[in-house]
Design a protein. Sequence first.
Length: 135
Amino acid sequence: LTRQHKGDQPVTEAQRIERMLGIANDVVGITKNWKIRYVGIRGHAMNAAAYQVGEVSGVLKTQLYLALKIVSEVVPSIPAHKHVMGQGRPAGHEVVRAVRDGLGYDAKTPTEAEAAIVARYLFDKKVAEQKEVAR
């Protein structure tokens, strides 16, 4: 959460925290309503832009655990892409196409496609773990 235009007032730390908690509360509500058991959060390399994403991820992980006792998993980006697409660093338009063609999900944006890749990776991982336990 940052200001949109140079003339806007600076965003305060309290406003950033309120925004993160709002996002976390929305995610907790959706997770509870849909009875979701597993949550994957895409891992990011740490750079200046990813720092804020990391902060939100930490708040999400904490709130999901406190509210629902769900331990979310950080899904590493490159292995997830390799698992779903066969390559680790695809361009955004390639991700959308691969998700549409390979998973049958009509992602509207690269961000939606990334979420689908994280979901497929985590789903396949959990299925494999359950098969291993059943042996």
